[in-house]
Design a protein around this ligand. Sequence first.
Ligand code: 4AD
Ligand code: MG
Length: 431
Amino acid sequence: MPDRIWIEEVKKREGETVTLKGWLYNKRSSGKLHFLQVRDGTGLIQCVVFKGDVSPEVFERSGKVTQESAVEVCGVVRKDERSPLGFELGVTDLKVLHSAQDYPIGPKEHGVAFLMDHRHLWLRSSRQHAVLRVRHEVIRAVRDFFDGKGFTLLDAPIFTPNACEGTTTLFSTEYFDRRAYLTQSGQLYNEAGAMAFGKVYCFGPTFRAEKSKTRRHLTEFWMVEPEMAFCDLEENMDLAEEFVEFIVQRVLNHRSQELAYLKRDLDVLQKVRRPFPRISYDEAIDLLHRQGNDLPWGKDFGGDEETLISSAFDRPVMVHRYPARCKAFYMKNDPEKSDLSLCVDMLAPEGYGEIIGGGEREDDYDRLLAKIREQGLSPEIFTWYLDLRKYGSVPHSGFGLGIERAVAWICGLKHVRETIPFPRMMERLTP
Ligand code: 4AD
Ligand code: MG
């Protein structure tokens, strides 16, 4: 049997006879020819079966092979300028390794609910490959960015007794004879990490019992969170914009084929260059009022407000210093205006909404304790967290980027559900 290779290697094997293993993606026939599109996960290739080149059995088998059957194909690699791959296979032999019956996803249009019910099979489509490869690239870029800057990866636990982002979106679970929550954010543990290692990041799944069925919310999503000691809000924003520029430029450079498949407007992504605009919450409120949105001062932005604000800019915008009452207990108050938090949200362009949330943390023991009490949280659970303000407390900051929202924006997808292999949402726990 000739060498078995992956479809991605075909371009190095022009003129050679090779074996491919994969699945039948699509098929059409005309007289003495069958055109089989075969995929193996690394690519898609057209395999041309000409009656004069193969045995009568192989020709007949090729005409009957069904969508998503597993196949082994032998043939000669030929140049084909018209195909996206640049090559096709002139088939000499074909074996059906497993015959698929009535594959449910056809070339016709299916509704999203149907496709989501068949997510385990939908992952085989070219569109899903493009999106999930961009996701992989984003994750690789995330790690390269922080590793390249000397951050230590210090992953946070998933079971926790602490509510980081408010008590309304906690998933609780039994933990032997106690109650535990699934983590909403690794931040609190990251703060301990920053006091130990200077600059750290964690990257993992986070959980929120989001009852809102929006295009931006999952109940399980992946977040990367850096945390730095001796870092204020301005330096935190510097890092956030450098980070987002890095990721977007990396995807542009490494995943142009996938972005082209998704018909992403590259101009918008190419503009993602530092410096990003920075406006205060107060300025954002003025902007909203000028646009006819009358959200009163003191209220948090919803999707509509975020879209209005971001559409005033051609790159991500950082909105800082929200009213403290909109934000979590750990935020440090602005010393110049104590009803504001030293926080920042980064809003992606084109109405993709908040992709990053972060800020400077309260580093004073008494003030932090007071905030924990004010928000109705129990101080005993936070003893360890308060300790960090007892032993060498210093200004420190960090942020979290939601991977799925970032991927949805970079790919230009309306909804986050396709940016993770198996999305979890309020109404979806299967497959
Ligand atoms: O703004 P959030 O809630 O911030 C935090 O969790 C901080 N503790 C992070 C930190 O400072 N270390 O969430 C951060 C990001 C959001 O900007 C968004 O991108 C994403 O996480 N996110 C979600 N993504 C998908 N589905 C959800 N339900 C999300 N909730 C937040
Ligand atoms: Mg937020």
